[in-house]
Design a protein around this ligand. Structure first.
Ligand code: PMP
Length: 640
């Protein structure tokens, strides 16, 4: 990961004048008192690197400025036997330490091959710099410039603008080119270089603008944004991280600091940020159909995804109803379960059973079946009444539930539960077997069994869905969060055929499920979800998770050495470390998570419980770092 402290100069092709533009831009930035360094990582023939080095009077070693030089005028993949990328990255790091701003010049065009499966574009992406596109004035460059820009945009590279470079004495296309490139690419012209560098103009403030804009963001955030689950009075007083970019298992703030994403951006990221294949799938879908409704129409990705979901879901589930968040998936589950019994003529079956400490979302229906007083108490007058049963932790705790079901089953429509772990309550893990017992009770007493896999779904517990650990087959299952691997808001409520069939009737019978959100089945989100499910297969995500889960389990035992750790709970890749004795007002969890930022890690606690829930793609090395740092942060806050 690199700090963004420079710009990558690319062009339509070789011979576009990148070197001259690099030199002139460096000089223009120097006039603004910026200490500029220069780098040409790879050079095949010519003397660009030494030309700029001398032109700027730089004293950096030529081996840093130009780690790879060959006399052969050919593509790097041909001119060099092997290019070690680390050599380039290390040189870049060295120069970044020395200079305020680095201009990195490409060799050739974007898709110039550097090594197997690695082009200049990959280098731009890995160095993580914004790009400037040099467009030489000649016939055909509009096309080449726009192609270059299109490719950069599709790869998620930020382009700060185009530099028009007049490379021949006479041109009659100058103004035309400028106007059309601007219009078609929607990018500014940030520089112009006349023939023989006679007239030179650079909009340096625009080139540096991204940075300047960022400086205002903390102020604007506090002025305009109301954050969820946040006491804004505290927020307004403190310095807050503003995330601007992400890659793999890391997030980057506007100051250029990278942080390990220790809670998967609130329990959703699966394969890492900006995964190449998910990015590509979304872009391809974007170029085809961004959205079309499922009300009265269908769309291609939503059909493909529904089929894939049914193929991986417990075998009881046969139909998919889309929505856009965990809460809406739960609302839909509750309404379907209720209406199912109404449609079947069992009008008395109206009540819902839920567990204490349960959390199913923040919309009013979901809150009605939520058991967390801290979040929900104030809304009680607005809620429908639901039967709350104290949550079991051991199988023997189920006696109460049995009693209530025996007494009330004729008036109960459904039971809703999280899947073996009450996540938001602080990662409270249930004894294995409880879920199966609940399923048996629901079957026996004809109660629709709803499992909320919003937090647990998509590999988080080691299986695709947590209920698979007990071979449980619910009547309804809610999924969201990891469904799109953390890319886009999408949720689904899966049901059995039996439930679905109870809604089939003449229109006049009013058995239709009258429910639907505007963005239901959004094609971009469905495309992301399809790509994610393919990655599960291709990358063997669940298999690869096993040694990491074992490592996590082993290393979590160490935490009991800490005086204030009361309990450590784990279900696959979901971890809660409970600290005691503290009141929620002590905000001990918040303090630990503040501390761990010093180690460049982002966590978010649940009261006194420190949550670890990294992306499934985290490496063992990163996991060890996460655990070491968590240990350190808890120890520092609670013992020192
Ligand atoms: N159900 C469970 C089990 C959850 O953990 C959550 C969110 N943490 C939700 C539902 C609600 O999901 P959303 O925030 O997407 O509405």
């Amino acid at each position: 990961m690199f700090m963004k402290k420079g710009i990558f100069i690319t062009a339509t092709d070789t011979e576009a004048g990148k070197t001259v533009v690099s030199l002139l831009l460096a000089k223009a930035l120097r006039e603004k008192a910026i200490d500029v360094g220069y780098m040409k990582p790879i050079q095949c023939a010519g003397f660009d690197a030494s030309f700029v080095r001398e032109g700027l009077g730089l004293d950096d070693a030529l081996s840093l400025i130009n780690p790879y030089y060959s006399k052969i005028a050919a593509a790097p993949i041909i001119a060099f036997k092997n290019i070690d990328l680390d050599k380039i990255f290390n040189a870049f790091r060295e120069l970044s330490k020395k200079h305020e701003f680095i201009i990195v010049e490409a060799a050739g065009g974007l898709l110039t091959p550097i090594k197997k499966n690695y082009s200049m574009l990959n280098l731009i992406m890995d160095l993580d710099l914004d790009c400037l596109v040099v467009s030489p004035l000649k016939l055909g460059t509009i096309n080449h410039t726009l192609l270059t820009i299109e490719q950069l945009k599709n790869s998620g590279v930020n382009i700060c603008g185009v530099v028009i470079n007049q490379i021949t004495p006479k041109v009659n296309t100058r103004l035309g080119n400028e106007r059309i490139i601007k219009e078609f690419s929607n990018l500014p012209i940030v520089g112009k270089v006349g023939y023989l560098q006679k007239k030179v103009f650079f909009d340096t403030s625009r080139i540096l603008k991204a940075k300047a804009q960022n400086d205002k963001l903390p102020f604007l955030d506090k002025k305009y944004v109301w954050h969820p689950f946040t006491q804004m009075q505290d927020w307004l007083k403190q310095d807050n991280l503003i995330i601007d970019e992400a890659k793999g298992n890391y997030l980057k703030d506007i100051k250029g600091n990278w942080y390990l994403d220790g809670v998967s951006s609130l329990w959703i990221n699966v394969h890492g940020h900006r995964h190449r294949e998910i990015n590509r799938a979304i872009v391809e879908q974007l170029n085809k159909l961004e959205h079309s409704t499922l009300l009265g129409l269908s769309n291609t990705p939503s059909i493909g995804l529904a089929k894939m979901l049914i193929e991986i879901a417990p075998s009881s589930l046969k139909k998919v109803f889309y929505s856009d968040s965990g809460s809406t998936a739960v609302e839909i589950a509750l309404k379907i379960a209720y209406q199912y019994w109404q449609n079947r003529g069992l009008k008395n079956k109206q009540k819902i059973i839920h567990f204490s400490n349960s959390y199913h979302g923040d919309t009013l229906g979901a809150v009605s079946v939520g058991g967390m007083d801290l979040f929900h108490k104030i809304y009680r007058p607005l809620l429908f009444s639901s039967l709350e049963v104290s949550a079991p932790i051991h199988i023997t705790d189920l006696a109460k539930l049995k009693k209530i079901i025996e007494r009330e089953h004729n008036s109960v429509a459904a039971l809703i539960t999280e899947s073996g772990i009450e996540a938001a309550a602080g990662m409270i893990v249930w004894e294995k077997g409880i879920l199966k017992e609940i399923e048996n009770l629901c079957k026996k007493y004809k109660i629709t069994f709803i499992i909320d896999e919003v937090a647990t779904g998509f590999g988080r517990t080691g299986k695709m869905f947590a209920c698979e650990h007990e071979s449980v087959k619910p009547d309804i299952m809610c999924v969201a969060k990891g469904l799109t691997a953390g890319y886009l808001p999408l949720a689904a409520t899966l049901t059995t055929d039996d439930i679905y069939n109870a809604f089939l009737a003449d229109y006049k019978d009013q058995k239709t499920f009258f429910h639907g959100h505007t963005y239901t089945g959004n094609p971009l989100a469905c495309a992301a979800a399809i790509a994610s499910l393919k990655i599960f297969k291709k990358e063997n995500t669940l298999l690869k998770l096993q040694p990491k889960t074992a490592l996590l389990k082993k290393r979590l035992e160490e935490f009991y050495k800490l005086e204030h750790v009361k309990d450590v709970r784990q279900f696959g890749f979901m971890v809660g470390i409970e600290l005691a004795p503290y009141k929620w007002q002590d905000k001990i969890g918040v303090k630990v998570c503040e501390k761990i930022k010093e180690k460049n890690i982002i966590l978010r606690p649940l009261g006194n419980v420190i949550v670890l829930m990294p992306p499934l793609s985290i490496t063992k090395q990163e996991l060890n770092y996460l655990l070491d740092s968590t240990y350190w942060a808890i120890e520092t806050i609670t013992e020192k």
